[in-house]
Design a binder for this molecule. Structure first.
Ligand SMILES: Cc1cc2nc3c(=O)[nH]c(=O)nc-3n(C[C@H](O)[C@H](O)[C@H](O)COP(=O)(O)OP(=O)(O)OC[C@H]3O[C@@H](n4cnc5c(N)ncnc54)[C@H](O)[C@@H]3O)c2cc1C
Length: 387
């Protein structure tokens, strides 16, 4: 039973889901033990072997239909994979990005030919996916991207620079957000799929040195006259990129919210045993009312976050999760994550500031949740629009 003590909703108690969760735990236990996670943090990326193993065990594209080589699951399977990774400190394995963001764009908007061309290879590990929206000059204001994709005969020619791209060193299928009509604002944006092994002019820049999530290969990418077939335009018409991105972002935001819940759960799992054994002024730390009150507040925030996320997942599974709700989940849970983990660090005293303690890593990793997937200010803008 989790330290949060909340019974899972009915839709998480199906026998198949329970068995899947057990298989995921075994997968991480066997193939991502703490010493390997440490090595991945030191080298700034996970080994490709982990991706290959995940493919062999049927976890890549867990929620893609079986006809495209996927596992035939849904958002529940993806949530299990991503939460277990956070709880076990496997922070660099961006399977959730590959499974739950990149592959769904292709499934939702790709032509039949595109789905058959890319999804089975994303499922068997031949391709690792990334999504390249952000540029040095623009992040939140996506309509202002400068990367262009110019039609030239049967090809598109892509030029531009992207930054902060997760899976940037490992990915070989990159969904690039580019302007096919540079004067067209949001309506001029399209998604181009670049198979990096098959093109010239594509270059990976630095694997960026971050405050946390060190095992994630967040990178710069450069496109200099990269030529891709016109058939790599996602969908059938130019100018659909903004709409395509918007429709899928709710799912990404709920995923980030669940990751925040998992991080709070892990923080409490680390902190409660610590305060029960640490003695100060001749008493166990847990015996001070301040400690009890702080942990009561932390547990309450984590439980509320979890229950709200489960409610949102229920909506998502029925196809009813809207942008507002997903924005509320992402904004509120990641703010709670920051507060809860900060309190837990405080209860560890100086040890909470030492990298050898997992709580210190959770603290560093937590900061990005309020920034990526749309900053929390952008979440509030979305919520405010519906007022
Ligand atoms: C570790 C990491 C991984 C990432 N992975 C990816 C990835 O895989 N793919 C990808 O494309 N991007 C990725 N990003 C980029 C991320 O999505 C952006 O950093 C984020 O969207 C914010 O954009 P920005 O950094 O340009 O900040 P800016 O847009 O410059 O924002 C700066 C500040 O201004 C605020 N702000 C912006 N607009 C408004 C407004 N209208 N009103 C009020 N305040 C506003 C923001 O909230 C923020 O506080 C990643 C970033 C990091 C750090």
């Amino acid at each position: 039973m989790s330290i949060l003590g909340v019974s899972p909703p009915d839709f998480m108690q199906d026998e198949e889901i329970v068995l899947f969760a057990e298989a995921v735990e075994k997968f991480y236990e066997k193939h991502a033990p703490p010493d390997l996670c440490r090595k991945w943090r030191e080298q700034g990326q996970v080994d490709r072997a982990l991706w290959e193993q995940a493919a062999r065990d049927g976890f890549l594209c867990a929620s893609m239909p079986v006809e495209y080589g996927g596992g035939g699951g849904d958002f529940r399977h993806e949530t299990i994979l991503s939460m277990a990774a956070i709880r076990r400190g496997v922070d660099g394995f961006a399977i959730v990005l590959h499974n739950n963001i990149v592959a769904p764009y292709i499934l939702a908007y790709g032509t039949r030919e595109q789905k058959h061309r890319w999804l089975p290879r994303l499922a068997n590990g031949e391709l690792i996916g990334a999504i390249a929206m952000t540029e040095p000059g623009t992040g939140s204001d996506l309509a202002a991207v400068k990367t262009t994709a110019r039609r030239d005969g049967d090809d598109y020619v892509i030029n531009g620079a992207k930054t902060f791209i997760s899976n940037g060193q490992l990915a070989n299928l990159i969904c690039v957000v580019a302007k096919t009509d540079p004067g067209g604002g949001a309506r001029g944006i399209s998604l181009l799929v670049v198979e990096t092994d098959r093109v010239e002019g594509f270059r990976r820049g630095r694997n960026l040195d971050k405050v946390g999530c060190e095992a994630q290969d967040t990178s710069e990418l450069f496109f200099d006259d990269v030529r891709v077939p016109a058939a790599n335009l996602l969908g059938t018409a130019e100018g659909q990129g903004f709409r395509q991105l918007g429709a899928e972002l709710a799912k990404e935001r709920l995923t980030i919210a669940y990751q925040a819940v998992a991080a709070m759960e892990r923080a409490l799992d680390e902190t409660v045993p610590y305060v029960k054994q640490r003695e100060v002024f001749g008493q166990k730390l847990i015996e001070f009312q301040n400690t009890q009150f702080k942990l009561a507040e932390c547990k309450t925030a984590a439980v509320i976050a979890k229950v709200f996320c489960d409610y949102c997942m229920g909506l998502l599974l029925q196809g009813k999760l809207d942008a507002d709700m997903a924005a509320m989940a992402k904004y509120w849970t990641t703010e709670a994550q920051g507060r809860v983990i900060d309190e837990c660090v405080q209860l560890f005293g100086g040890y909470g500031y030492m990298n050898e303690y997992p709580i210190a890593r959770l603290y560093r990793d937590a900061r990005i949740s309020r920034i990526l997937g749309g900053t929390n200010e952008i979440m509030k803008m979305l919520i405010a629009r519906g007022l």
